[in-house]
Ligand binder design. Structure first.
Ligand SMILES: [Mn+2]
Length: 309
């Protein structure tokens, strides 16, 4: 069982939730992901400590005959875990995801593009297993993914269904404040400092319709570079009045930027990300671009000026 690199709340939530389901069905399984370590803010979820990572455990003798891939638009997004899939032996793959850019790489594809999150699809899976009851720890896992991907019920992917499922999870014993506390109110000092640095560096382009925050590797301390918890920062760029597309650039290795794109309403950022071999959703997508900061910004603006008018 695996999910995409830089695993977020929905990726980790659905990974652990699928693990819980398989355990209940008395299946033998491993949960293995690319990240080393997995984002520690999700430590409060049950079985988080059972997540293996490829770097540390990659050499072990993996003996499995099928794979379940969660919240992952295409197999390259698995990072190193992709190496474990015996594609040439046509290993069966169950693909559960909600990205519009999903390539249907699975043997079975449960791709629900209208679902708020992969965790919402996991919930639907449990409803199709006879006599399956969601217990408290599974409820936490499902709830976390939905809350995370809907931006706490604020993004346009929020539906009555996502709220209803979360209400049901609360009835199963989830403490909503506890979840918010772990995800949103226990950030490291460095990540809050980085937030300040990022906000200060924000620039507007294309007549104020594009807001951009950038982090160059050489400008950050080693400590700051290791902070992985910057996901929500891009939302500040999008929050500026008049901005239609918010961008966050992080130089992960010298000359290679990880790009997060957010659209306020109109612009399909999945299309922009696709130009650079990335993808995601209409309003939230990502990709990688090679080059220095200036080149990276110029490449993005060249694409954006066609759609941002
Ligand atoms: Mn997701």
């Amino acid at each position: 069982v695996s999910c995409h690199i830089n695993a977020d709340g929905d990726a980790i939530g659905s990974l652990l939730a699928m693990g819980s389901i398989l355990k209940r069905l008395k299946k033998k399984y491993w949960m293995v992901i690319h990240d080393n370590p997995p984002n520690p803010k999700f430590k409060f979820l049950k079985d988080f400590d059972k997540i293996l990572n490829y770097q540390e455990d990659g050499a072990r003798n993996w003996n499995f005959d099928s794979a379940v891939i969660l919240d992952t638009a295409d197999l390259d997004r698995l990072g190193d875990v992709k190496k474990l899939l015996k594609r040439e032996e046509k290993m069966p793959i169950l693909n559960v995801d909600h990205h519009i850019s999903n390539t249907n790489f699975g043997t079975i594809n449960l791709v629900g593009q209208k679902a708020s999150s992969t965790c919402e699809l996991i919930y639907l899976i449990t409803k199709n297993i006879e006599n399956f009851k969601i217990d408290k720890s599974l409820a936490y896992q499902i709830y976390t993914g939905i809350i995370y991907d809907t931006g706490r019920f604020s993004f346009s992917n929020t539906t009555t269904k996502s709220m209803e499922i979360c209400a049901e999870m609360l009835k199963k014993g989830v403490d909503c404040h506890e979840v918010s506390k772990h995800i949103y109110f226990e950030k490291s000092f460095e990540s809050i400092q980085l937030l300040g640095l990022g906000l200060k560096s924000m620039e507007l382009y294309l007549n104020g319709k594009v807001g951009l925050i950038a982090f160059e590797k050489r400008r950050l301390s080693k400590n700051q570079n290791s902070v992985i918890d910057l996901d929500s920062l891009v939302n500040y760029a999008t929050a500026v009045k008049g901005v239609e597309v918010g961008i966050l650039l992080r130089e992960e290795e010298k000359g290679r930027f990880r790009v997060s794109l957010r659209s306020k309403d109109r612009v399909d950022v999945n299309k922009i990300a696709k130009v650079f071999n990335g993808g995601g959703h209409f309003k939230a997508a990502g990709c990688y671009i090679k080059g220095n900061l200036k080149e990276t910004i110029n490449q993005l603006l060249r694409e954006l000026q066609r759609v941002v008018k």
